[in-house]
Write a protein that binds this ligand. Structure first.
Ligand SMILES: Cc1cc2nc3c(=O)[nH]c(=O)nc-3n(C[C@H](O)[C@H](O)[C@H](O)COP(=O)(O)O)c2cc1C
Length: 362
């Protein structure tokens, strides 16, 4: 049986180990959403991950509603990301871009105009804006012409990602954002070919994957889901049925890997999980399955060794431990992250977590 340290082929990507860095929004790109040298340093410090999945990255101004998060829709952003991907590659790593449209979770202060979603709904709770938290506003239901345009935005962002030196992309289909707003029936109230029956709710994800695969090659494309938890007001009445059908679509499209945020206990944000869907997906899907979320890493190691997953992605521990792979290999103590600096901007709590040698020397 493989271990966390067994190499893995993921479509076109050859990975030296199975410990991935999960996508982590860190809000250091500034208002123009352009990556910078500080971000290059942060990612390069974590290059020993089997694969780095970048922080969620806006495919368009319309789709990006997180203050200071990066984008991939213009030349300045492509140039900024080049510095990041070069630094990661120079340090021996691999990195894919997580492509993001936030749908109804974009506040008009950031995106410009009323947000767009599968249906005219309003997300619960509050949006992050440059002036602090504000209530979400009601989204407008995407017209068919919007859907076509947004699919093109995904394809353009994927082309930009490759031009910026990324090794591939991951579509963000999790956590209540736009793809998830189409997939799960608490947010998708449409009665046309993009809503209602499961096949219709899958259609948006299918079109995005097809367009992105046609643009950069499907062997460089993955997708992330959060199938068994309620996130930002989005969940489903029958997750096993939905994600089983989705697995058939992914198999048909030959998407080489998926990442599932699939906790088996109440998450750090208080969401209580339903039954895992990965066993049902596995029955229909021969690609690689990466699991994530709220596992302590010994639990994750067990799920790889017993064959339930091919790799594990780790979030918060990678924030606090740039050399996490080495620490896991040596069973060394782990630093604890400071949630106060997750989105605070600047180097503190970002590039200043010590590596093992530095700690011993200190
Ligand atoms: C600070 C922070 C930022 C996050 N940003 C993203 C993101 O950009 N995209 C995403 O899909 N998930 C994001 N997540 C979720 C993580 O990828 C991961 O699913 C979650 O932290 C659980 O994994 P962990 O227990 O290993 O931390 C974020 C989580 C945290 C704590």
């Amino acid at each position: 049986m493989p271990s966390l340290f067994t190499p893995l082929q993921l479509g076109a990507l050859e990975l030296p180990n199975r410990i991935f860095m999960a996508p982590l929004t860190r809000a250091r790109a500034g208002r123009q959403a352009v990556p910078n040298e500080l971000m290059a340093r942060y990612y390069a410090q974590r290059a020993s991950a089997g694969l780095i999945i970048s922080e969620a990255t806006g495919i368009s101004r319309e789709g990006l509603g997180w203050p200071n998060a990066p984008g991939l829709w213009n030349d300045a952003q492509v140039e900024g990301w080049k510095g990041v991907t070069e630094a990661v590659h120079d340090a021996g790593g691999r990195i894919v871009a997580q492509l993001w449209h936030m749908g109804r979770l974009v506040h008009p202060d950031l995106g410009g105009g009323q947000p767009v979603s599968s249906s005219a709904t309003t997300a619960p709770d509050f949006a992050h804006t440059y002036e602090g938290k504000k209530p979400y506003v009601e989204a407008r239901s995407a017209a068919l012409s919007d859907i076509g345009r947004i699919v093109e935005d995904y394809a353009r962002a994927a082309r930009n990602a490759v031009d910026a030196g990324f090794d591939g992309v991951q579509i963000h289909g999790a956590n209540g954002y736009l793809v998830d707003q189409f997939l799960r029936d608490s947010a998708n109230l449409r009665d046309d070919e993009f809503g209602g029956a499961i096949d219709n709710r899958i259609r948006f994800a299918r079109e995005v994957l097809q367009a992105v695969g046609d643009t950069i090659g499907m062997d460089r494309v993955g997708i992330r889901f959060s199938p068994n938890i309620l996130v930002q007001g989005v969940d489903d009445s029958d997750p096993i049925a939905l994600y089983s059908e989705l697995a058939k679509t992914l198999e048909e499209l030959q998407v080489p890997w998926i990442e599932l945020r699939e906790p088996n206990k109440t998450t750090s944000s208080g969401s209580v999980p339903t039954a895992p869907v990965s066993p049902a997906m596995r029955a229909h899907y021969s690609g690689k399955i990466v699991i994530n979320s709220d596992h302590d890493w010994t639990d994750a190691r067990g799920r790889i060794e017993d064959g339930h997953a091919d790799a594990v992605s780790i979030g918060r521990l990678f924030i606090a431990n740039p050399d996490l792979v080495k620490r896991l290999a040596l069973d060394a103590p782990l630093n604890t992250g400071d949630s106060g600096t997750f989105y605070s901007g600047g180097a503190q709590g970002y590039t200043d977590y010590p590596e093992l040698g530095e700690q011993e020397a200190a």
